[in-house]
Design a protein around this ligand. Structure first.
Ligand code: ADP
Ligand code: MG
Length: 699
C-alpha cells in the first residue's frame, strides 16, 4: 500500500471520518495517520469488579452487562443513563453527548468490557462517557498490556471517533500498510546511533510489546524528528555560506585602533573580547555574516557593535544601527557621538521625526559616502535611504523586528549583502536556540562588566504599600530616581489604562509637587509627548516615572535605581527581567520591588520566586520555557518547533543534542548527501524541503 494515499484507504475510515481527521488533527494521508503518536498508554491488564471500586480508582476496566437504558430529559437536551451490572453489583453509565447515536448502538444483556474514569456521587460510582466494547470483539483484538491513547479533540469524540475507533483505525492501517513503511535511515546509520528500525518503532509506538521496546521506539522517533530539523537548518547554513558572498574586512585600521587604545573608557570583559573575535572571523571569511548576539541587559552589547562598525569604516564601508524605538535610537546616537567626538567618523540620526532638510542632508551624505554611521529607527529601512556601500547593519533588540524588515537591510546593497549583527537582550535557552536559530551563528556575552552590583529584588504584597512609599521617599532624598510600572495587556487595555491612571493619581497625592515631579509615559500618548516626558526623566527633572511597559526596551537612565512593578503577577518572566534591567545601570545599589495581591497562581509564585532568586537571564529563560512551553517564547511562533509530533524541545534536549551532532557528523563526511548509502536520507530531506516554507522565515 502506498502510504501517501488518503486515509479513506484504511478499512473503516469513511469520507466523513476522513474529513474530521483532517479538520481536527490535520491528518490527510495514511502516513499522517501512522505518525499520529499516542501521548500516553494505559494498563488494561487489570480488571475490577463493581464491588471493588474505590473512591481513589482513577481509570478502571470492568466486565459486565447493560441491563437497562433510559433517556433522561434535562434543562438543555437530554442525557442517557444505562445500568451496568456484574456479579457483584451494579452502577450507572452516563452520556451527555451523542445520546441518540450511542443509544442505538448499545446492546442489552450482552457482555461488555467498559473502561473509563469514575465519578462519585453520594458514595455511589458512575462512569461518564465510558469506552465500551463487546467482549466478543475485545477477544479478537491484538492485545497488549499498554493501550495507546491518541491525541483527540472534543469534536472527534462527539462525532463518534472515540479512542476505541482510533485504535481500530490504526490497527487496520498497520495491517494494511506495515510492509510499505520505509526507513529514511540506512542500516549503517541505525547501527552507528543505536537506533531501532522504523518498522519496529512504528509498531511499538502504537502497540508496545513492553516498556523497553516502547522506550526504544520513542527514542528513535524523537531522534528522527529532531535530526531532520537539524539537518535542514545545517544545510541552510551551508548553502547560505556558499551562496552569500560577503565583504571582506581585511584589516584592523586607524579608527578601530585609535578608539581601542585612546577612547574606550574601560577594559572589555573577556566575553566582549571573545564575541569581537567571532565577529572579526566572520567578516574576514568572505561569506556574509549572519550573527545573533545575545547578552543580558547591561552586558555591554553596544560597545561590541560600535567596534564592529569601526572595523567596517576602516575597510572603507559604511555601517548602520537600527533600533526599535526613537528613544533608543536617540540614546545610541547620543552615546556614540559622545564617544566619537574628536575623531573623523561622521555619525547621524534618522528617525520618523527627522525634518526634511536634515533628511536630505543625510541622504546625500550616505550616497556620497561622507556619512559613515547612520543610527535610527525603521525610517532607515525606507527605500529612499540608499548607502554608497553599506558594509555592516546592526539590529538592536531583534524581537521587535520582522523578517521582512531584516530582508530590507539585505537589499540595501545590490550585489553583496551587508554583514548582519542582530543584538538581543532576550536570552534564548540553548536548546531552543539550537532548534530555532541553528542556521545562524550565535554569540553570547555571558559576563557583566566588573563592579556591577546585583539588583536587590523583593516581593511585597499590596498591603505593604506604605512602607514601599517610605522607601521611595528615602531613595529620592538620596538623589535617586524611581520607575513605577503598570501592566498593559492588549486584551484588557482599557481597564489597564484605568489602573495606570488611578495609580498615577494616588502617586501624585503621595508625592505632591512642587517637592516631587512625576513623569508619565504610556502607549496612548503622542510620540512627541512621550519623548518629552521621557526626556524630563532622563535629565533628572522628574524623580518618578510612572509608565506602562513602553519603557521595557533598552532605555538607559543610570541614576534610576528603583524599579517598582505593580501587579507583578501579571507579567511574564522575560518581561519582568527586562524591566528589572532598567535599573542597576549606575554605581548605586539598585532595587526591584515586585508588588502583588495575596492571591497568586502557582505559576505566578514560581515567576516571582525566580526573579527574587536569580538575575541570570539564561536561567530565567529556562524557567520561562518550562512554564510556558516553547510555543509562547518570542520568535518561535512560526518556526516549526511547535509542530513536533513526538519530541519536545525542552524535555528532549539530550536527544536534540545527539541528533544535532549526528547531523553535523553526517554533513562533515557527505556535505551534499551524495553518497549512495545516504540516498534515503537525501530523499527525506528533499521531501521536507518541498513541504515546508517555514525555514525560510528564519534568517
Ligand atoms: P546592553 O547590552 O544592555 O545594550 P550597553 O551596551 O548599553 O548594554 O552597556 C551598558 C553599560 O555598560 C553602558 O553604560 C556601557 O558603557 C557599560 N559597559 C559596557 N562594557 C563595559 C565594560 N567592559 N566595562 C565597564 N562598563 C561597560
Ligand atoms: Mg542595548
Amino acid at each position: 500500500m502506498n502510504l501517501n494515499q488518503p486515509v479513506t484507504y484504511v478499512k473503516g475510515v469513511s469520507v466523513a471520518r476522513a474529513e474530521l481527521l483532517y479538520s481536527e488533527l490535520g491528518i490527510r494521508t495514511c502516513n499522517d495517520l501512522l505518525h499520529l503518536f499516542p501521548f500516553r498508554y494505559i494498563d488494561k491488564t487489570q480488571f475490577y469488579t463493581i464491588k471493588q471500586l474505590q473512591q481513589s480508582s482513577a481509570e478502571v476496566q470492568i466486565v459486565g452487562k447493560i441491563t437497562n437504558v433510559q433517556t433522561v430529559k434535562q434543562k438543555r437536551g437530554s442525557r442517557l443513563v444505562a445500568t451496568f451490572s456484574d456479579a457483584t453489583g451494579s452502577m450507572e453509565l452516563v452520556w451527555f453527548k451523542g445520546v441518540k447515536w450511542i443509544k442505538d448502538s448499545l446492546k442489552l444483556n450482552t457482555p461488555y468490557v467498559i473502561y473509563g474514569k469514575l465519578n462519585w456521587f453520594n458514595g455511589v460510582a458512575n462512569m461518564p462517557h465510558p469506552e465500551l466494547e463487546l467482549v466478543s470483539e475485545y477477544k479478537k483484538k491484538l492485545q497488549t498490556a499498554m493501550q495507546p491513547v491518541y491525541p483527540s479533540t472534543e469534536k472527534l469524540a462527539n462525532k463518534g471517533v472515540s479512542q476505541k475507533i482510533m485504535r481500530s483505525m490504526l490497527q487496520h492501517l498497520l495491517q494494511q500498510a506495515f510492509s510499505g513503511i520505509q526507513d529514511p535511515f540506512p542500516a549503517y546509520f541505525l547501527d552507528q546511533h543505536k537506533l531501532l528500525g522504523k518498522k519496529e518503532s512504528i509498531l511499538n509506538i502504537h502497540y508496545p510489546k513492553n516498556q523497553e521496546l516502547l522506550a526504544k521506539a520513542q527514542y528513535r522517533l524523537k531522534f528522527e524528528e529532531l535530526f531532520f530539523i537539524q539537518l535542514q537548518l545545517l544545510m541552510k547554513k551551508l548553502i547560505n555560506k556558499s551562496k552569500n558572498r560577503g565583504f571582506v574586512f581585511e584589516h584592523v585600521g586607524e579608527h578601530f585602533n585609535h578608539f581601542y587604545k585612546n577612547i574606550l573608557p574601560f577594559d572589555l570583559t573577556n566575553a566582549q573580547k571573545r564575541v569581537l573575535k567571532e565577529v572579526r572571523k566572520d567578516v574576514g571569511s568572505g561569506a556574509q555574516m549572519n550573527r545573533l548576539l545575545q547578552g543580558d541587559v547591561g552586558s555591554g552589547k553596544t560597545i561590541v557593535g560600535l567596534l564592529s562598525m569601526l572595523l567596517a569604516i576602516d575597510n572603507g564601508y559604511q555601517a548602520t544601527i537600527v533600533a526599535p524605538t526613537e528613544i533608543l535610537a536617540t540614546q545610541h546616537y547620543n552615546g556614540i557621538t559622545e564617544l566619537l567626538a574628536g575623531t573623523s567618523v561622521k555619525v547621524d540620526l534618522l528617525t520618523g521625526s527627522t525634518k526634511t532638510k536634515k533628511r536630505r542632508e543625510i541622504h546625500s551624505g550616505l550616497e556620497e559616502g561622507s556619512l559613515h554611521i547612520l543610527i535610527g529607527t525603521h525610517a532607515i529601512l525606507e527605500d529612499k535611504v540608499q548607502f554608497q556601500n553599506l558594509g555592516l547593519a546592526i539590529i538592536d533588540e531583534q524581537h521587535r523586528f520582522g523578517v521582512a524588515q531584516r530582508r530590507k537591510l539585505w537589499d540595501k546593497n545590490k550585489n553583496i549583502p551587508p554583514h548582519i549583527l542582530v543584538m538581543t537582550a532576550t536570552p534564548i535557552p540553548r536548546t531552543l536556540a539550537m532548534s530555532l536559530y541553528g542556521d545562524l551563528d550565535i554569540s553570547v556575552i555571558d559576563e557583566l562588566p566588573p563592579g556591577r552590583k546585583e539588583v536587590k529584588t523583593v516581593h511585597r504584597y499590596d498591603s505593604n504599600r506604605l512602607s514601599v512609599f517610605k522607601f521611595i521617599r528615602d531613595e529620592i532624598a538620596k538623589g535617586r530616581q524611581i520607575y513605577i510600572v503598570y501592566p498593559l495587556i492588549q486584551e484588557s487595555a482599557s481597564m489597564d489604562y484605568k489602573d495606570l491612571m488611578d495609580g498615577y493619581e494616588s502617586i501624585s497625592r503621595e508625592f505632591p509637587s512642587p517637592k516631587y515631579q512625576i513623569s508619565i509615559v504610556h502607549g496612548q500618548m503622542k510620540p512627541e509627548d512621550k519623548d518629552h516626558e521621557m526626556d524630563r526623566f532622563i535629565k533628572g527633572e522628574t524623580q518618578i516615572m510612572v509608565a506602562t511597559t513602553v519603557i521595557e526596551v533598552g532605555v538607559n537612565v543610570p541614576n534610576a535605581s528603583v524599579m517598582i512593578i505593580e501587579s507583578a503577577q501579571r507579567f511574564g518572566l522575560s518581561q519582568l527581567h527586562q524591566l528589572r534591567g532598567r535599573v542597576g545601570r549606575g554605581a548605586e545599589q539598585s532595587y526591584c520591588i515586585l508588588l502583588t495581591s495575596y492571591e497568586l497562581s502557582s505559576d505566578a509564585k514560581t515567576r516571582l520566586k525566580t526573579m527574587v532568586d536569580t538575575s541570570d537571564g539564561f536561567k530565567i529563560a529556562e524557567v520561562d520555557l518550562k512554564l510556558r512551553g516553547p510555543g509562547n517564547i518570542m520568535g518561535t511562533q512560526q518556526s516549526g518547533v511547535l509542530n513536533l509530533k513526538i519530541a519536545d524541545v525542552v524535555k528532549d534536549s539530550p536527544i536534540l543534542y545527539q541528533a544535532r551532532q549526528a547531523a553535523i557528523a553526517l554533513l562533515n563526511t557527505d556535505p551534499g548527501l551524495n553518497l549512495p548509502e545516504n540516498s534515503s536520507i537525501l530523499n527525506r530531506y528533499q521531501l521536507l524541503q518541498r513541504k515546508s516554507g517555514v525555514w525560510s522565515n528564519i534568517s
